[in-house]
Design a protein around this ligand. Structure first.
Ligand code: GTP
Ligand code: MG
Length: 640
């Protein structure tokens, strides 16, 4: 009965959403409905007598300590390609002669056939070096003879092969197939079997987060780059940042890497002191051009070097005109996509902030994983960059939601900045202040909010169902919304460069989709929270958060309801005199869309007029074509 009632409410919502959102009656109904959802949620919270599952607070590791531990671990490690995991005893016995093997991890990469690798961690960097130095080049194969921790284990003559009985391996592989992702069906089974919503959210995080081996491999990729430039820059540091290290990474996530030639990223204060005191000063190479083009030229050479000399590095692409120039490449022995930059220090410090937010409260990462997966399955996010919301912006939405609560779960960034000690002072070369307290004890933020993850998930969707995206911007610095500084569809103040908008790329259409999808999700989740336990009907049918992830075409309202027909017809851009057919009259239901389209059109018409005056007819025609393409893009039509 209750279920039928929910379906009825849902149908009403679908109907209402298919109407113009700017309609005042529609608005009022939506508000009432959300208010109802809120009341319901409060009622449920009261009914739930069990306290939130908040485990004992675990020791929080400082970000820099975590990075250093991982970097040291990489210096003790080698990666060896083997026939299969069965080669482990032989490899172990062979390599044990170089030192103590602390751990061994197997993974496979599926190319044409399965390629098997074992990562060995030695007791010290010297022992790993001894193993690398003992390695040979294969004369039968051509190749650049470069030293690196990426090796292969060749078969040997039968005389030298140890018989199984001779092998003294006590060690075990810590993991077999350690980078294999759980496939969707298996994940669904795990989630189906969970006993309540909170367990589902917990399992989703546990089963899809980047694991220990994934992190080890990423730090090895970083070490390879650092070692490649260490002859000229002994203090060079290639440091992973982004989701590979901030605890928000999924299995298979890309590796963001920042390379600094001769400047430490952490401990810059000590370097500064030496620079001020030493009487011996290095001669240096004169900068040939301004800072930005110098970096671009350096990166061009670096790209060549990676491409020509580093084993495993392939498909090197240079994207040097971007705001942050990057080199992208694939690492075939690690099965890893890498984005290497040299000037993205704010991105690096932002990752530190995200890491800290994840450490503050154990509910933050599972909640974010669930929301990211929801966004991915309903097509709000996409692995390639574009006019849709990025995972990073989505994470900011989650953090902001947790900051602005009556009983906040996370502190504001302003509070972190206030608690900075002299050791926390960080300034980028562009003078951007990235100083904030890093010591959890010193910050001493404690949340008294004991809501369960499932409650937070519903509240997240309800919160953004009501959020005034038209007029308000999201500020993680203040932990409250502020007046929107410009007309961007979605405005999230960049925490470290507060004049910038993190989500400037998001189009009006995508923001509208976000609003619709959070409402859908609130609606779907409401009935799930109402029945928080696994349905005990003996079947494995999807339930709980799985309903958020399945794209039911009937249930989910697609934006074409609002954006049909096409927002801008190319022919609309030309004067009536230049075309035989009259311009199509489009009836836009949403006033904001109409305004945006009008402004794009008038700007394009102006540009075209100017071009016609200034250039020859042939050049003008080419420019018009280019403009039409830009406008097409502005429509936010995606080729997904
Ligand atoms: P996935 O790659 O999707 O797994 O997530 P990610 O967190 O690694 O995102 P991405 O690779 O796009 O960016 C890498 C890191 O750069 C993020 O974790 C942020 O720390 C930082 N970053 C990304 N966008 C911005 C931005 O607009 N401003 C600032 N200050 N930092 C950013
Ligand atoms: Mg990334």
């Amino acid at each position: 009965m209750l279920f039928k009632f929910n379906i009825l409410k849902f149908k009403i919502l679908v109907y209402l959403l298919s109407k113009d959102l700017s309609d005042p009656i529609m608005h009022c109904l939506m508000r009432n409905n959300t208010k109802h959802l809120l009341n319901w949620s409060k009622h449920l919270s009261r009914q739930c007598t069990s306290k939130a599952i908040i485990s004992e607070p675990k020791e929080k590791l400082l970000y820099n300590d975590m990075l250093q531990r991982r970097q040291q671990q990489a210096t003790r490690s080698i990666v060896v390609q083997v026939q299969s995991e069965k080669s482990f005893p032989e490899l172990y016995n062979y390599c044990a002669s170089f030192g103590k093997i602390l751990s061994a991890h197997h993974y496979r990469i599926h190319q044409d056939d399965d390629q098997h690798y074992i990562l060995l961690e030695f007791g010290s960097a010297e022992e790993a070096s001894a193993a690398i130095s003992s390695s040979a080049y294969n004369d039968e194969l051509s190749g650049v003879p470069a030293h690196s921790p990426f090796l292969w284990f060749r078969a040997t003559s039968s005389k030298r092969t140890l018989k199984a009985a001779d092998q003294t391996t006590e060690a075990k592989l810590a993991v077999i197939g350690g980078t294999t992702m759980l496939d969707n069906n298996d994940l669904n089974d795990v989630l189906c079997e969970a006993s309540n919503l909170d367990q589902q959210i917990f399992h989703l995080h546990q089963k899809t987060q980047l694991n220990d081996l994934g992190v080890r491999l990423r730090f090895l990729a970083a070490l390879q780059v650092k070692q490649a430039v260490s002859g000229i820059f002994p203090n060079a540091n290639a440091q992973p940042f982004g989701s590979s290290v901030n605890g928000f990474g999924r299995m298979g996530c890309d590796l963001d890497l920042i390379l600094r030639f001769d400047r430490e990223i952490v401990g810059a204060a000590a370097m500064q002191k030496r620079n001020n005191e030493s009487r011996l000063v290095f001669h240096t190479k004169e900068n040939l051009t301004n800072g930005r083009s110098q970096t671009q030229r350096q990166m061009e050479s670096l790209g060549d070097m990676l491409h020509l000399f580093l084993p495993g590095v392939c498909h090197v692409r240079r994207i040097l005109q971007a705001r942050v120039p990057i080199i992208k490449y694939h690492h075939e022995h690690l099965n890893l996509e890498v984005d290497l930059s040299m000037s993205n220090l704010t991105g690096f410090y932002m990752s530190e902030l995200l890491y800290m937010f994840g450490e503050f409260d154990e509910r933050v990462r599972p909640l974010t994983f669930c929301i990211r997966r929801w966004a991915q399955t309903c097509g709000l996010t996409n692995p390639s960059p574009g006019r849709w919301i990025s995972n990073f912006s989505l994470t900011c939405l989650v953090i902001f939601f947790l900051q602005q609560m009556k009983q906040p779960i996370l502190p504001t960034i302003n509070a972190l900045m206030k608690s900075a000690s002299p050791d926390d002072i960080r300034l980028t070369e562009d003078g951007i202040n990235c100083s904030f307290g890093r010591d959890f004890e010193r910050i001493s933020f404690r949340s008294r909010n004991t809501a369960k993850s499932s409650e937070l998930l519903l509240q997240f969707f309800e919160f953004y169902s009501q959020f005034d995206f038209h007029n308000r911007a999201i500020s993680l610095n203040e932990g409250r919304s502020i007046s929107k500084p410009d007309h961007s569809a979605l405005y999230i103040v960049n925490p470290l460069e507060q004049v910038l908008n993190v989500s400037k790329n998001v189009s009006l259409e995508e923001c509208e989709r976000l609003r619709i999808e959070v409402r859908n999700a609130a609606w779907v989740l409401e009935s799930e929270v109402e029945n928080p336990s696994q349905p005990d009907n003996g079947t494995q049918s999807p339930w709980g958060i799985l309903h958020l992830f399945k794209t039911n075409e009937k249930a989910v309202i697609r934006p074409h309801m609002f954006f049909k027909p096409r927002m801008v017809e190319v022919s609309d851009l030309f004067d009536d005199s230049t075309t035989d057919t009259p311009p199509t009259s489009v009836d836009y239901k949403n006033a904001n869309v109409k305004r945006e389209v009008e402004s794009i059109k008038s700007q394009a018409r102006g540009d075209l007029k100017q071009m016609r005056i200034n250039t020859s007819s042939a050049a003008a025609a080419a420019a018009a074509e280019a403009n039409a393409t830009i406008i097409k893009t502005a429509k936010g039509r995606r080729g997904r």
